[in-house]
Design a protein around this ligand. Structure first.
Ligand code: ATP
Length: 357
């Protein structure tokens, strides 16, 4: 059995189903992110694990113990919210020490553990300051130290970095991951930021309208999105409607515009309406007539390390990300060919629905 296990966890608010039959197994030491757009049920899921919201049905187990109906304060979990929720009248050290005092940890041990926790987040020198004397990033680190100092079995993070500016947020992402690796605390984080979830997590739970539609390693989610929504929410994707012409045990052929596209795998029957999905960076610009399809550059955008092109083709407009090699780029109006490796094409059902297992 996994360290933290959610089995068929469902939450209704009146007639609104906020979370529907959530099944999730988190291993000890794992960092799992709940990722999805606003209102998809991420926070509600976390709140049920924390014990702040009652489940409508289903079961939550921690280290083999059923905690479905256990009071929040008996679960002993570490929690960090977006708002930090530090006590403004207490110093950094007292904020971090608070949870230990509540647990009646002796003073000498408290001092040692607070110093250790502050060392972990590089705030030893700020122990005597008040929250108002700290930057946003420092406050967030105090909140993290306060949650970690009690050595919780599970650390729950709800959008912990969303109050920080973009650069600090990126720095804190790496720091958070480093600290989590060092301490080894099993962590569940809520975020709506796909790049944050992808870069920090061991596994990502993508949620859509209360349901977990894909639970997988970040690389798998990116390379093999299971729904149309995931293919565009996690990274960018070109989606081209098509129809399956033939399907063998290992390959599927799809008619898309003027060409037939070969796709690895066989999930669909001939005649099925599908969407071809391909990432912009998987499309290669080749000389006109040498590609699988030709097109014309309609627009181009300079992104620094890359160029983003919109190329009009018989399959529709395709976005192409090409590395900036320092030489001249294609001009708007120029003809180009497009090529791609077979294994980079994915198939999704034309109807917006999750693929069955
Ligand atoms: P966000 O990223 O905006 O915080 P979320 O993915 O965390 O969104 P939840 O806060 O879990 O989403 O909300 C899921 C659904 O449940 C939403 O439709 C929301 O309106 C509803 N909901 C959440 N809390 C309550 C509540 N206390 N009473 C009624 N409905 C609620």
């Amino acid at each position: 059995m996994s360290f933290l296990q959610l089995t068929d966890v469902t939450k209704f608010y009146g007639s609104t189903c906020a979370v529907q039959s959530m099944n999730l197994s988190v291993e000890k030491g794992e960092f799992v992110s709940l990722l999805g757009p606003s209102g998809c049920g991420k926070t509600t899921t976390l709140q049920m694990v924390a014990g702040f919201e009652a489940v409508s049905s289903g079961r939550i187990a921690l280290a083999g113990r059923d905690i479905t109906h256990a009071k929040a304060n008996t679960r002993g979990l570490g929690i960090v919210f977006q708002s930090y929720a530090l006590f403004p009248h207490m110093t950094v050290a007292d904020n971090v020490s608070f949870g230990l005092e509540m647990r009646k940890v002796p003073k000498s041990e408290r001092k040692e553990r607070v110093a250790q926790a502050l060392g972990l987040v590089h705030l030893e020198k700020h122990a005597g300051r008040y929250p108002r004397e700290l930057s946003g990033g420092q406050r967030q680190r105090v909140a993290l130290a306060r949650a970690l100092v009690i050595e919780p079995p599970v650390l729950l993070l709800d959008e912990p970095l969303s109050n920080l500016d973009a650069k600090l947020r990126e720095e804190m992402q790496f720091e958070l991951r480093q600290i989590q690796r060092k301490v080894g605390t099993t962590t569940v984080m809520v975020t709506h930021d796909q790049s944050e979830a992808m870069s920090i997590s061991d596994r990502v739970v993508v949620m859509e309208a209360g349901r977990a539609t894909q639970i997988d390693h970040p690389h798998r989610v990116y390379e093999h999105p299971r729904t149309r929504f995931i293919s565009t929410f996690v990274g960018k994707a070109n989606l081209v409607p098509g129809q399956v012409t033939t399907a063998s045990a290992t390959h599927t052929h799809v008619g898309a515009g003027p060409i037939e596209v070969r796709v690895e795998g066989a999930q669909f029957r001939p005649g099925a309406a599908v969407l071809l999905s391909v990432r912009p960076e998987k499309l290669q610009l080749v000389p006109a007539v040498q590609g699988r399809i030709d097109g014309e550059v309609c627009e181009r955008f300079f992104l620094g390390s890359q160029w983003l092109y919109r190329v009009g083709t018989g399959m529709g407009d395709l976005m192409v990300l090409a590395p900036n090699d320092g030489r001249s780029a294609l001009e708007e109006g120029e003809r180009t060919g497009l090529d791609w490796p077979d294994h980079c094409m994915r198939l999704l059902p034309a109807q917006e629905a999750a693929l069955a297992d």
